[in-house]
Ligand binder design. Structure first.
Ligand SMILES: N[C@@H](CCC(=O)N[C@@H](CS)C(=O)NCC(=O)O)C(=O)O
Length: 156
């Protein structure tokens, strides 16, 4: 019987990615919720030296970075596969991952999400409208780039 532990701040989209993969594969796991701020404490830094979430452990094999966790899960629990079966599909998958990691999350989702939702609604601090305005061009570039051709989603 294998034991999987996932550590993260509930609400984190990266944590959610790992949980979705585990649910898709029907693999049971134990979620260890971390309170905001705890992810910078020594206990969590021992799991993730960059102080981010999620972190993951499977029978003593510890790994962090969402992409590494997801690829590991797809290797170890191959059904259903989360990786497209053709080179074009895999290239598009890798492109989407790159867009999210380099552009969308750090330069659009994080500043807009923090200043529009997390700060004002959850932490009681005013959002920084200038930071939102600065992030909007990147959000506008990312939105159509993340739409997979053929899915016919209108993002105007
Ligand atoms: N490259 C990391 C990014 C993870 C990440 O940025 N997670 C956010 C939560 S969604 C986080 O830990 N933020 C806390 C912080 O930056 O202090 C991954 O793919 O796992």
């Amino acid at each position: 019987m294998s034991a999987i532990s996932v550590y993260g701040i509930p609400g984190s989209p990266f944590l959610r990615s790992v949980e979705i993969a585990l649910k898709e594969k029907g693999v049971s796991y134990h979620l260890h919720p971390i309170a905001p701020g705890e992810h910078k404490q020594p206990k969590h830094l021992a799991r993730h030296p960059f102080g981010r979430v999620p972190a993951f452990d499977h029978d003593g094999f510890a790994i962090y970075e969402t992409q590494a966790i997801l690829r590991y899960l797809d290797d170890v629990f191959p059904t259903p596969s989360l990786t497209p079966g053709n080179p074009e599909g895999r290239a598009r998958m890798n492109q989407v991952i790159g867009i999210i990691e380099c552009y969308f999350f750090p330069k659009a989702a994080a500043p807009i999400g923090f200043n529009r939702i997390i700060g004002p609604r959850l932490l009681g601090v005013a959002g920084d409208e200038a930071a939102i305005a600065e992030a909007m061009p990147m959000a506008r570039t990312c939105s159509p780039a993340l739409i997979t051709p053929g899915f016919n989603v209108d993002c105007t």
